[in-house]
Write a protein that binds this ligand. Structure first.
Ligand code: ATP
Ligand code: MG
Length: 530
């Protein structure tokens, strides 16, 4: 069904939600309560981005796909929209989220931005294959709905506007996994597939992933206007971000300086989460950096397996610019580029630089330390824990155990020293090492440090199990789910989603999803192809 008649804005009336509680939601002035539910065709759109001057975007309609089918839906993402889960079953669902039909009240557009890619300035990019439908008011603030892979926009630059099923499933699963791990991220509502062929290295099929976020504004959105010397537009965009998301910054003498402080802190927090959970983004270009400090654009990402700080998850990144160990300094480089773009609003380049130095470094270091203390069970943090954290990474680098398994298995060990017993009880962790004595020596240090802790073993173990996920989106896991989905069996995607949505819990019957890569997955490589 191709239906593009839905562009008219919704009347501002009360709509019945259809939920059992019989709750009503008035649109769009009031904010819904948690128990209230929207129907899909009554989402109260309030498209603030579309109210910006028209040179910030181009209106563009999704192209739609033939015979779309639902691959997967995330209940918890739907919850962000207060969407009634009964709506997943409605026959229009696949039409709306493939771009075949327009949700009433949405005003689809593609936003303009520019950016540095792999360190080089590339000028104008923009949403070449993404359509922002608009934003919906929720109890937690505005939530924008964006289709990715929904066809060419005026910024497509000759590319096909499509995304393949493989990359859409990866983006969907990882967005939801990261949210469950407590990492700031854009969310993913669903993946809709179609048999429409799409050419990459070989022929694949098309899909659309629907993303949710308060905003998709990027560092590159600001760089765009500064590179064109458009001071008015630069200020309009900064004012838009402040007024929509950070109104308290208006209390500062220079709110634009405060904006950079805020973005630098959010970015520091984000990167600390990535490093602690072992996430590698793969394409940390300035056009993929969210000004709200969200993980944005899941392309050739990876989770650390056998630990190597030099690991490069993106096969296309030949010089290792975005290696795991480089991510904290790349984020800072990107913030300098943003500071440079904002300089006319901030006053002087030195001010921009010192804001980034102070706010990014401080937040990154403090957050990373806090997260690593939690992973190590150091509940009563001590100032000198930095040294022990560094020693731990030294051990991991020298002996390359699986990063997530190491911390998960460590969580169950006793903190007490039981010399004659320890080789047996420590076996799960020791077995990750070829050099078991190196592991023993480190465990001895860990237990010495634990002696300074107030809490008992049981409390510490429970806290560590809640800080060290059992389930992460390993490449082999995504690949196995994708191969099944390519044969129209979506059970793998849905099972993996269930595990990743509660990554700290045991999922009986699905232990295999927490395992090391099977032999067939050796040599799996991910690239920019999406
Ligand atoms: N198949 C495609 N068709 C049109 N434009 C594309 C396509 N693939 C990438 N682009 C555009 O190339 C630029 C860089 O791509 P990149 O892979 O970083 O982004 P993306 O994954 O498409 O989108 P996002 O950053 O929103 O997640 C972006 O402007 C993007 O819209
Ligand atoms: Mg991108």
């Amino acid at each position: 069904m191709m239906n593009f008649d839905g562009l008219a804005r919704m009347p501002e009336t009360l709509s019945r939600t259809g939920s059992d509680q019989g709750a009503y939601i008035s649109t769009p002035e009031s904010v819904p309560q948690d128990s209230q539910r929207y129907l899909l065709n009554a989402l109260p759109f309030d498209n603030s981005f579309a109210r910006l001057p028209t040179n910030f975007y181009r209106r563009s309609r999704p192209q739609g796909m033939p015979e779309p089918y639902v691959v997967a839906v995330s209940d918890s993402a739907a919850d962000l929209l207060h969407l009634d889960i009964k709506e997943f079953e409605c026959h229009e669902f696949a039409d709306y989220f493939s771009g075949n039909a327009l949700l009433p009240g949405c005003e689809p557009l593609a936003a303009v931005y520019s950016g540095h890619q792999f360190g080089d300035w590339v000028g104008q990019l923009g949403d070449g294959r993404a359509h922002l439908l608009g934003e919906v008011k929720t109890a937690n603030g505005a939530c924008e709905i964006q289709l990715k892979g929904s066809g060419q926009t005026p910024y497509a630059r000759g590319f096909d506007g499509r995304a393949v099923l493989r990359s859409s499933i990866r983006e969907f699963l990882c967005s939801e996994a990261m949210a469950a791990l407590g990492v700031p991220t854009t969310r993913a509502l669903c993946v809709i597939g179609s048999d429409l062929p799409v050419q990459r290295e070989s022929f694949e099929t098309a899909a659309v992933v629907t993303r949710l976020a308060p905003s998709f504004v990027r560092f590159g959105s600001f760089q765009h206007w500064s590179s064109l010397d458009k001071e008015n537009e630069l200020k309009q965009l900064a004012d838009y971000v402040i007024d929509r998301f950070l109104p308290s910054l208006r209390d500062n003498a220079n709110p634009y300086q405060a904006l950079l402080c805020d973005i630098a802190s959010r970015t520091g927090e984000l990167i600390a989460h990535w490093q602690a959970v072992g996430f590698m983004h793969g394409v940390m270009n300035t056009d993929n950096m969210s000004v709200l400090g969200l993980t944005l654009d899941y392309g050739p990402f990876g989770f650390m397996e056998a630990f190597d700080a030099g690991h490069v998850c993106n096969h296309s990144d030949r010089f290792g610019r975005y290696a795991y160990r480089a991510q904290p300094r790349v984020a800072k480089w990107n913030l300098y580029a943003l500071g440079d773009a904002l300089v006319t609003l901030i006053g002087h380049p030195d001010i921009a630089k010192s804001i980034v130095d102070e706010h990014y470094d401080h937040t990154y270091q403090a957050t990373f330390k806090r997260l690593m203390q939690a992973k190590l069970g150091l509940l009563d943090g001590r100032p000198d824990d930095d040294d022990f954290i560094e020693q731990t990474f030294g051990l991991l680098q020298a002996h390359r155990p699986d990063y997530s398994l190491f911390f998960r298995l460590l969580s169950r060990l006793s903190g007490r020293v039981v010399d004659n017993e320890s080789t047996r009880t420590d076996a799960p962790v020791r077995d990750l090492f070829l050099d078991r004595e190196a592991c023993d020596a480190w465990l001895k240090l860990w237990r010495m440090r634990l002696r300074a802790e107030q809490s008992d073993d049981h409390t510490r173990q429970a806290a560590m199990l809640a800080a060290n996920p059992k389930y992460i989106l390993r490449n082999w896991l995504a690949e196995a789910a994708i191969r099944k989905a390519q044969a129209k069996d979506f059970s793998g995607v849905n099972e993996v989603l269930q595990c990743l949505r509660q990554p700290y819990d045991e999922h009986s019957g699905f232990e295999r999803y927490a395992a090391l890569p099977p032999d067939w997955a050796n040599g799996l490589a991910v690239s920019c192809s999406s």
